[in-house]
Write a protein that binds this ligand. Sequence first.
Ligand code: MG
Ligand code: MG
Length: 268
Amino acid sequence: MIKIKSLEEIELMRESALIVSKTLGEIAKAIRPGITTLELDKLAEEFIRDHGATPGFLGLYDFPNTLCMSPNEQVVHGIPNKTPLKEGDIISVDCGALKNGFYGDHAFTFAVGEIDDDIKKLLKVTRESLYVGIRQFRAGNRVGDVGHAIQNYTEKHGYGVVRELVGHGLGREMHEDPEMPNYGRRGRGKKFAEGMVVAIEPMINLGTHRIKQYSDGWTIKTADKKASAHFEHDVAIINGKPQLLSTFAYINEALGIETNEEAEFSAS
Ligand code: MG
Ligand code: MG
């Protein structure tokens, strides 16, 4: 059942989403060759708690950490560890926070130093596909419209769209209805309405869409061991249109990236 949120609830959700946005901004400042994903995890946990929130993933389905840290061929759900990041790696960082009874949940894939051009393009296209998907999240459209848009945008570059893992409704639960696949058919699936809040999160592979799970029971990696990217935003439907609750502004500021990609989805 899809749980519609009031404007008051959406403002609380914006608060939770912004804590995640700021946490990812701190991660952006700290990422460099030599740092471990476990060090970044500690930094994130402290930052979230200092802002009056609780890590959203820690303990959820028994996940052991604050961040999901998925380098290179890992897609999502990687567990932080003591292996230092190195020049040329990419690292997908997924973060959740719980405040006032509502979850924020979003993600960004970072480059560690200089990365290869084909990986750079994967990150760029996946990030763009997130907004292409968000544009379809409006009252009257359906789940398949978002999935179709993301799939169409990324597959034309020859990339693989992960099937088994999907975006989701967000609220008092981390995972609410509806499921939001990054593939699909136009006009199919549940209909969007005012007050819906979802996490849209393309997981896009440089090669095959097929994945495998590590024996740790968590980590998902690509079946061909090629790189995978993951970008995620929290989005509400207000006045019929998609409005971002999360932002990459803190990341952009830390990395010196100039973009107006969020402008059309901002509160005005
Ligand atoms: Mg997430
Ligand atoms: Mg999510």
